[in-house]
Design a protein around this ligand. Sequence first.
Ligand SMILES: Nc1ncnc2c1ncn2[C@@H]1O[C@H](COP(=O)(O)OP(=O)(O)OP(=O)(O)O)[C@@H](O)[C@H]1O
Ligand SMILES: [Mg+2]
Length: 222
Amino acid sequence: MQWLEGRKILDFKSSDQTVRNHLATAMFRAWWHPFSRFGVIHGDPHLGNYTVFEEAGEASGINLLDYGCIRIFPAKFVGGVVDLYRGLLSNDRDRIVHAYETWGFRGLNAEVIDILNLWARFIYAPLLDDRTRTVADGLNPGEYGRKEAFTVHKALKEKGPVTIPREFVFMDRAAIGLGGVFLHLDAELNFYRLFNEAIDSFSIDEVAKKQSVALQSIGLVA
Ligand SMILES: Nc1ncnc2c1ncn2[C@@H]1O[C@H](COP(=O)(O)OP(=O)(O)OP(=O)(O)O)[C@@H](O)[C@H]1O
Ligand SMILES: [Mg+2]
């Protein structure tokens, strides 16, 4: 709860590409590592909740502020997020459907699955593409995600009813929030590589163990 000195992320919008990439990488880690290791997310990743700290006058890392929306997920759900990624990467429909079920979606039929795939392919797009790129990759950043969100929302209403799990809402909001920060920084990274390095040694059992130790250490487990 101490005061953290830092500057607004947007102050770095016109910094060198290397600096912006460095900050984006730090943001990625700050979000993904707690999730993939402990099943915990900062559920409100908007620009006001981060500042940049400097060392020797250079942007060094990210201060994470505002713990007002922390979510803890079961390890199995974290596994579902990784599984959905692997299913999309290998175009394995059974694996994809299984992942949606792990996420908690109910009432899935072939049409609904196609709609969810549209959404998932959009959210995971930078992670599925093994090259250095921006998140928007040539699309207008101002429009980013609007069309997809509209299409998916409308189609789910028509083809439903579908039970949307709460986990989905948090992950969606977080992914869009984080994507928004990357867009502002105009970061050019190989998101595929970043992500694959991060899930290389992923194990659901490990997440469960680490989460349980962490929660017990702060008295959050009954
Ligand atoms: N520990 C801290 N060190 C430095 N600045 C802080 C710290 N905590 C909060 N701030 C500043 O105060 C602002 C508001 O704090 P915080 O985000 O916790 O409140 P909030 O009510 O959730 O606001 P918002 O709805 O804008 O997210 C932050 O955006 C940040 O600029
Ligand atoms: Mg805040």
